[in-house]
Design a protein. Structure first.
Length: 420
């Protein structure tokens, strides 16, 4: 969220961000409500001052004066109670509106309503050409008996998967390989739960606005998270982190769950869009310095790209538009990997800088060298998500006889063989 002083002083900038990100929010109504809240607070403070003055004068008042003073104090107390009730109602309404105020997007972000306005920054790797009719990943899986995609729907419904044999092992090997890379790069490995309280979703900006995408367990008032970012953001909520401990680098591994609301009919075949998956998330908490955030953004993106390069998967880097990046993002780059069966690139990674927008919601602060307490900056990036990454990996490395060549970095983890 943005601070109220910033919103008041930069109303035109905030109004432009609301427009560019396509957020349904009336900023004038928010500012008017803010003025009401401040007016009620001022009035309440004055009433309390008057009541305190009466209390201070009560001891020196004569017996004849005291009944009238008592009545006046009682009347002021009733006004204060009414004022407090009104303040509580108005403040709650204001807080709800503040949660919908978007972050100010990076000046280099393409302006547009959705992903159609995204811009390709660059393409890396060589798109493969085959001298045979290539199979899609589902056909490859069925040919090699690497999953029970049909049977599992009887158990768990559509958009679920059940890997088996070598492909099940490959999924685990990929995640272990990626975790080792990040650990060597200074990230602390974390295994985090998918379960989280509603406030954790508010802290990241997933709520309000995306409740329909999360699985809810009303009996426990818990939700299943679609990313480890939700747990990692709230891990230090309410704390004041000392300067010398920054930056905090986490590599959070977790099961993830998404209802995929609104995606009916899209990617119903195979592993591209499933309800449950596994993800390794790069996550950074750093000083509230835009230059430092930019450096970390570049590093997180480079880590994800290096993994795709090591896996020999062609990809392209996308600069996300204002309407596609989401409310909380300052900047977002997606990485799309080449999927031969579709003849196009599909998103496999996303890298986001949020400045202090999340930290304010999560009350995530740090203390600088002058002992001043400030809100931190947060960033996150998909290091690797499975089974989605298996789609380009299988399809780009397939052979004429229906086998799949293993990228060299994975061979030792898979027993030393050249093929999956």
């Amino acid at each position: 969220m943005l601070s109220l002083p910033f919103i008041r002083e930069n109303a035109d900038t905030v109004r432009r961000a609301i427009s560019e990100k396509g957020v349904a929010l009336d900023l004038d109504a928010l500012l008017a409500l803010d003025a009401e809240v401040r007016e009620i607070k001022t009035r309440t403070d004055e009433l309390r001052r008057q009541r305190n003055a009466i209390s201070d004068g009560f001891k020196s008042a004569t017996a004849e004066e005291r009944p009238a003073l008592g009545q006046k104090a009682k009347a002021i107390g009733a006004e204060i109670n009414a004022s407090d009730a009104a303040l509580g109602e108005k403040q709650a309404a204001l807080d709800a509106l503040l949660l919908r105020v978007p972050n100010i997007p990076w000046e280099g972000a393409p302006v547009g309503p959705d992903e159609s306005a995204n811009v390709v920054v660059r393409q890396e790797g060589t798109v493969p050409t085959f001298d045979f009719e290539p199979l899609d990943h589902v056909a490859l899986i069925e040919r090699n008996d690497w999953a029970d995609l049909g049977r599992i729907t009887q158990v768990s419904g559509s958009r679920t998967y059940c890997l088996k044999g070598r492909l099940a092992l490959l999924e685990q090997a990929l995640m272990l390989w990626a975790q080792r890379r990040l650990a060597d790069d200074g990230f602390t490995l974390m295994t985090v739960p998918a379960l989280a309280r509603p406030q954790a979703f508010v802290a990241t900006g997933h709520f309000p606005g995306h409740e329909e995408e999360a699985y809810h367990m009303p009996a426990d008032d818990l939700y299943l998270a679609g990313t480890g970012e939700i747990a990692l953001t709230s891990l230090h909520s309410g704390e004041i982190v000392e300067a010398e401990t920054l930056p905090i680098l986490y590599a959070g591994y977790s099961p993830c769950f998404r209802r995929e609301a609104g995606s009916a009919g899209r990617d119903v075949r195979g592993l591209l869009r499933v309800h449950q998956f596994y993800k390794l998330e790069q996550y950074v908490i750093c000083r509230d310095d835009p230059a430092e955030s930019a450096r970390w953004h570049a590093r997180l993106l480079a880590n994800a790209e290096a993994m795709l390069e090591a896996l020999e998967i062609p990809y392209q880097v996308i600069e996300a538009s204002t309407g596609d990046m989401g409310n909380g993002k300052f900047r977002m780059n997606d990485i799309e990997s080449w999927v031969p069966s579709l003849g196009k690139y599909r998103e496999t990674h996303s890298c986001s800088t949020l400045h202090d927008w999340q930290a304010r919601r999560a009350n995530l602060r740090w203390r600088d060298e002058e002992r001043k307490v400030r809100f931190a900056h947060t960033l996150n990036n998909t290091a690797l998500a499975s089974p989605r990454i298996l789609v380009p990996l299988l399809e780009n490395h397939q052979t004429a006889d229906g086998r799949v060549l293993l990228p060299e970095p994975l061979r030792e983890l898979m027993g030393g063989g050249e093929y999956l």
